[in-house]
Design a protein around this ligand. Structure first.
Ligand SMILES: [Zn+2]
Length: 371
């Protein structure tokens, strides 16, 4: 089953709190989804993800399709059992990685051909094929194939990609309806680059096709944060209030809180996990580079008061030592804290919306960063 309900709205902004019902559980929104690129959120187990507060994770169709491939995952009746994660899973369509990672991506009406970044083998992703793959992965929420353009892009190129994205969205919807398991949802992806009117046009065309939820793609691709927020601001209010809105691939907590204020419900980003592996830790007072010499003998937890496993049991000195010695435990402990930090933040945001204290929470968030 799939359902979305808004349970509280901020009086002073578009921020809202909701409940996303999936077959694999209920998710409170706004929500942050850790990225499990290849069927694993790097360095942590599903139990550790749950303990850090994660309730829904993301899987990347492109990576899983190439390796281990659908045939393997089908034997386990999907990604949930294969990776031992019982919560909801959202999968992307693979489009973004085809355009950013694969070689020789070429768009035609039929779909996009590309060469695998792993072994150079040739593949064709069509709208119906990306639905097949995501069905095989057993995704609770799947995404339409979209034509992702570079930033910056001309109006002409943006328009062409937008038209292709709408055509593919229509075909994805048909393929999804024909093969639909009663329990999953398909989201359309708004594109339109950095052109306000094209964003509006894209949202309108997708709403005509009618999806259970909507994603906003093509943001956080190298544009300044102000422009990103401007594009979100001309997209989000045009999407139906009763449907979940997912901003793809953003980003910092500062950007997330601003996007929540504009009415976004779902977020994913590799920032907390990738940066954890590079020794960059997030705290409510800003980022900490654990390799700094000042932590060499520091007996304090990374963030005093943080209830994550890492902060409850380990000192900054130990975390620094693990990082400097390139011990594998460093990746795991750092990742646990960063995921916990992002998810705790989203819980606080939600609580503030429900209590109608979102504005003061937002101000307080920036004030803390300055101290
Ligand atoms: Zn912590």
């Amino acid at each position: 089953m799939f359902d979305f309900k808004v349970i509280a709205e901020s009086e002073t902004s578009q921020a809202r709190a909701g409940l996303l019902q999936t077959t694999h559980g209920v998710v409170e929104t706004p929500v942050f989804m850790p990225v499990g690129t290849r069927g694993s959120v790097k360095s942590v187990s599903p139990e550790e993800l749950l303990a850090a507060g994660a309730r829904i994770i993301l899987g990347n169709t492109y990576h899983l399709y190439l390796r281990p491939g659908c045939e393997v995952i089908r034997r386990f009746a999907g990604l949930h059992r294969f990776m031992h994660w019982d919560g909801p899973i959202l999968t992307d369509s693979g489009g973004f990685q085809v355009f950013s990672l694969a070689k020789l991506a070429k768009v035609s009406d039929e779909g996009v051909t590309f060469q695998s970044h792993l072994d150079g083998s040739s593949h064709l992703l069509t709208p119906s094929k990306v639905i097949d793959i995501q069905n095989c992965l057993g995704a609770d929420i799947m995404m339409c194939l979209d034509d992702c353009i570079q930033y910056p892009a001309s109006r002409e190129d943006t328009m062409a990609a937008l038209e292709m994205t709408i055509k593919w969205a229509d075909e994805c919807k048909q393929a999804w309806q024909e093969t639909r398991k009663a329990d999953n949802a398909l989201f359309g992806i708004v594109q339109g680059g950095m052109f306000k009117d094209l964003r509006e046009q894209s949202a309108e065309a997708l709403m005509k096709i009618d999806f259970p939820g909507y994603a906003v793609g093509g943001l956080s691709v190298g544009e300044p944060a102000d422009l990103m927020l401007e594009m979100a601001d001309c997209t989000l209010p045009n999407l139906p209030k009763t449907k979940p809105r997912y901003i793809m691939g953003v980003g910092t907590l500062g950007n997330i809180i601003e996007l929540v204020a504009l009415g976004a419900d779902m977020f994913d980003c590799v920032l907390p996990t990738r940066n954890a592996r590079n020794g960059q830790m997030f705290t409510q007072h800003g980022t900490v580079n654990i390799s700094n010499a000042q932590y060499k003998e520091d007996p304090e937890p990374l963030e005093p008061g943080c209830e994550c496993y890492t902060c409850r049991h380990y000192s900054r000195a130990y975390l620094r030592h693990l990082y400097m010695a390139r011990e594998l435990l460093s990746y795991r402990l750092n990742t646990i804290h960063n995921i916990h930090h992002f998810i705790r933040f989203m819980k606080q945001v939600r609580k503030a919306i429900v209590a109608d204290e979102f504005e003061s929470f937002r101000k307080n968030f920036y004030r803390k960063l300055e101290n």
